[in-house]
Write a protein that binds this ligand. Sequence first.
Ligand code: SPV
Ligand code: MG
Length: 564
Amino acid sequence: MPDPLLPTDLPADLPADLPRPRSDAGSPVSRAAALRRMVFSGELEFLMEAHNGLSARIVREAGFGGIWASGLAMSAQLGVRDNNEASWTQIVDVVEFMADASDLPILLDGDTGFGNFNNVRRLVRKLEQRGVAGVCIEDKQFPKTNSFIDGDRQPLAEVEEFCGRIKAGKDSQLDEDFVLVARVEAMIAGWGVDEALHRAAAYHEAGADAILIHSAKSRPDEILEFAAQWQNRAPLVIVPTKYYSTPTTVFREAGISVVIWANHLLRAATSAMQSVAREIHDSRTLVDVEDRVAPVGEIFRLQGADEYAAAERRYLSVAHQAPAAVVLAATRGRGLEAVTEDRPKVMLPIAGKPLLRWLVDTFKSQGMNDITVVGGYRADAIDTSGLKLEVNERHEETGELESLRRALPAITRDTVVSYGDLMLRGYILRDLLDVKADFAVVVDSSAVTDEDAGRTNDFVQCSEPDDRSLFGRQVLLRRVTNEAAGSDGRWIGMLAVRGEGVARLTAMMERLVQRPDFDRLDMPDLLNALVDAGETVEVLYVHGHWRGINDLYDFDRAGEFARP
Ligand code: SPV
Ligand code: MG
């Protein structure tokens, strides 16, 4: 459901923790109304330049109340000149990304309006449709050049003609709050304060909501003179890029309404990119710059990755999400001490890659990319690429269930819980995923040898022994024991939990944690507790095609299994 407090023209995917524009009564206002309030607040207000979605979000997070979508900055980030080389629709596309990325009111630098009165009409319509709060048009001719490039050689528009553009823009806005600012370039073009005043009065008369009075001088004198003579007939907007050393209180005292910091994010980004590019080029390494640049995680945060994950949980049908996987990999490995000095068992190489990778690749081959590994012994040596790592620091004095407990936050949907020292043919996992039961385990019914009996546990008794004629019939788990004799096979160490079983697994874990002997409990204890609680744990029988790597004997033979 949309947030009822959000104005309808705001993007829905923004983090909810930042303040939204509100009326005095506390109810939400549109962005156009928010910009209008800034312009007419009677206080000195500030707009910060942004030039794309990312910088728009950064402006919002910095705490500004509004954005200046600078023509100079937007054209520069596109790699073109501020001479209307980017078409007006390209500019509207850029500003649309900004409006999507930030819920701040945006005042678009609309240059000359991109043509005559007719272009201004269409521009205003398109801006309103895209959530832009206002536009500033300047009294020059299309195509324009940036005011700071030979500004005094640039022809100004005829006053009457420019008034026509203003009227056309005002007549076409559908939202009465949409703000049209008329920009006076007379002082840039060297025509002086009087001409500027004459033009500003005409533009105000034509319907402009505010006047942007621009100057390229390094001191604010002509701006202050203009403001003094203007006498607050309409709000004044200024761009002190050239007279930047003027204290801000001077503008406040002059009765200015809005100060635009017009290009500083573009320039900040440019300096940073130049320095980092040069340094990486010269040093041919990333080590010196890594700590100076934003971590990739910060970029994800600014992009709203968390909101996406939440939306995925909310909207992506569970049927379309591959299950998650939790891999228990905390142990060093019995009888493997000689080869696990510097790594846990799951990092032992088998036919050229770590044991854990074989398992992870099997998961990935079934589209399961959400994989959480619980490490313990030498968890630091686990290769975590493509994985999330949880660590059971108490692995030496705890059993497998304490490791599983560490991964419970990751078990929010269908999940396969697996021992980490397991290799298996892909079809076993695929068949397990096809089982529809809330709980399902894979059991190998091939003859249990005497040799196995001495070396491993996890023998199981089932509702029926394996029999190929069982195909299609449901077989249930009765008990996991360490008794080979009389068992129906071996649990291979893989449990699938799906649907409502996910919550019941969590509930069962919460009950088991209360037991005084919890630290000694292993996965078989969980399976038995589920059975004892009346849960249906379905058995998928297989006949070989997997290996548990329990000791040096298994390790020695694993390579053959990996590459038969
Ligand atoms: C812009 O930011 O594009 C402006 C202000 O129009 S200025 O560059 O000062 O002309
Ligand atoms: Mg501009």
